[in-house]
Design a protein around this ligand. Structure first.
Ligand SMILES: Nc1nc2c(ncn2[C@@H]2O[C@H](COP(=O)(O)OP(=O)(O)O)[C@@H](O)[C@H]2O)c(=O)[nH]1
Ligand SMILES: [Mg+2]
Length: 415
């Protein structure tokens, strides 16, 4: 893994620099605001320092099966208090380490507190590690004492926390894989945490939102099951582009199954003083896009459909694939963070038939377990784009904040 720091006048500028040097797959581990210091600080502006990483290809490949590795299961049996085989710690046939007690005991609460503090302090930990690494490139791990018991407890706690947050067991094993080697070399708890954190950030990948650098207009489709928040999310994103970025936007809706659905979008279009049209076919889509050719962005709302309705699935495919090739499009699959794991996998598969998509997770305010976000990202290979945290338009929308979600998955505070 290569890690470096990059500075810029804006966060985006610093990320661009990172991508130039590390490649397009570079991911941001940490963002730091640097406030100007000294006599003339009033005249200087804030700059941003981004810590970015790039993992070598082979390191990212699925970890090879271990002798005692857990057989990847489709679902996670959180009810079971059985032993959790931790692939990394079994060491070729050695005893498995039992999963520590679930939340509730005084001890767990106390150690969770420690974990939260450490996560708050993660920037400093990363910083320290970076300078240690560059000082001693040959020896990435600083030995302290052989396989310390504090480290072992800590690894167990991280393992349990990820499972409690419903990260799929096979991904937990992949993430914790390296922790064992680091633990054996007697590294500090902070070092283990920062390694696990970095690994998770790399698994999430760099989020990717609407790209306005290409040809105008950009046609942006929103697909996904009924009631997940497609229309509301369109209103939130469109409002950001119109009000904050002063872009010209237009709306189209292919959700003709419910009258209320078109009316809902019309209300938002009126508020934003943007044109809105109903389309029934690819021909109508192309005609409407042509009429709105002077817009920067054309948002297309669609109807959700049941997993089993193949005719509706075909209609949607025809619509999206029927857009004239001269236009640039992006497709976003909108899913709720409250949806069950198995249903999410099914949704990911069905909508993959329609188009390649990026992911928007809604309703993060309605759950505290975010493991499915990582599960779906890894299952589908799709990039994460946005997340929404409530019903308010446009406020409850953020570009996907990987660092925040990873910290929370590792036991950090929800805020
Ligand atoms: N709590 C919560 N509710 C949301 C969020 N996004 C959308 N909703 C609500 O979910 C319901 C369905 O949203 P809608 O946009 O009509 O979903 P669609 O059928 O996918 O277009 C509405 O009541 C929205 O206000 C969110 O992030 N959090
Ligand atoms: Mg809708």
């Amino acid at each position: 893994m290569t890690i470096n720091k990059y500075q810029g006048k804006t966060k985006e500028e610093a990320i661009e620099k990172a991508k130039k040097e590390l490649g397009p797959g570079a991911v941001v581990l940490n963002v730091k605001e640097i406030k100007p210091k000294g006599m003339f600080k009033m005249m200087k502006s804030i700059t941003y320092e981004v810590t970015a990483a790039m993992e070598e290809k082979e390191a990212f490949a699925a970890s090879p099966a271990k002798p005692n590795a857990a057989v990847a299961r489709d679902g996670i049996n959180l009810a079971a208090d059985e032993e959790i085989p931790f692939s990394g710690l079994t060491g070729g046939g050695g005893p498995m380490i039992a999963a520590p007690q679930r939340a509730g005991s005084m001890k767990t609460e106390k150690s969770n507190e420690g974990l939260e503090k450490r996560l708050e302090n993660l920037s400093n930990i990363l910083e320290k590690q970076l300078s240690a690494d560059s000082a001693k490139p040959e020896k990435p791990v600083e030995p302290q004492q052989p396989a310390n018991s504090e480290g072992l407890q800590f690894v167990k706690m991280l393992y349990r926390t990820l499972l409690e947050n419903e990260v799929n067991e096979k991904y937990v094993n992949q993430i914790m894989d390296e922790a064992e080697k680091i633990l054996r070399s007697g590294s500090s708890v902070d070092y283990i945490l920062s390694n696990v954190y970095q690994k998770m950030i790399l698994k999430f990948g760099q989020p990717s939102v609407i790209d306005l650098n290409g040809k105008k207009p950009k046609i942006v489709f929103f697909i996904g099951p009924t009631g997940v928040g497609k229309t509301t999310t369109i209103a939130k994103i469109a409002s950001r582009y119109k009000v904050e970025k002063e872009k010209k936007v237009a709306f189209l809706t292919a959700d003709t199954y419910r009258i209320a659905a078109t009316e809902q979008l019309r209300v938002y279009a009126n508020i934003l003083d943007a044109p809105m049209n109903i389309i029934y076919s690819a021909e109508e889509l192309n005609a409407a896009v042509e009429r709105a050719a002077d817009c920067d962005l054309i948002f297309v709302d669609t109807a959700g459909f049941s997993h089993r309705s193949s005719s509706q699935c075909d209609d949607m495919k025809k619509l999206i694939q029927g857009l004239d090739e001269g236009y640039e499009k992006e497709v976003y699959l909108v899913v709720s963070a409250t949806t069950k794991y198995r249903d999410l996998l099914e949704i990911a598969d069905i909508y993959k038939e329609i188009a390649d998509y990026k992911l928007i997770f809604t309703k993060l305010d309605e759950t505290t377990t975010y493991g499915n976000i990582l599960n779906l990202r890894l299952y589908s290979g799709a990039k994460l784009a946005y997340m929404t945290t409530g019903q308010n338009v446009p406020d409850d929308l953020e570009e996907f904040d990987t660092q925040k979600i990873v910290k929370q998955l590792l036991g950090g505070r929800a805020n």
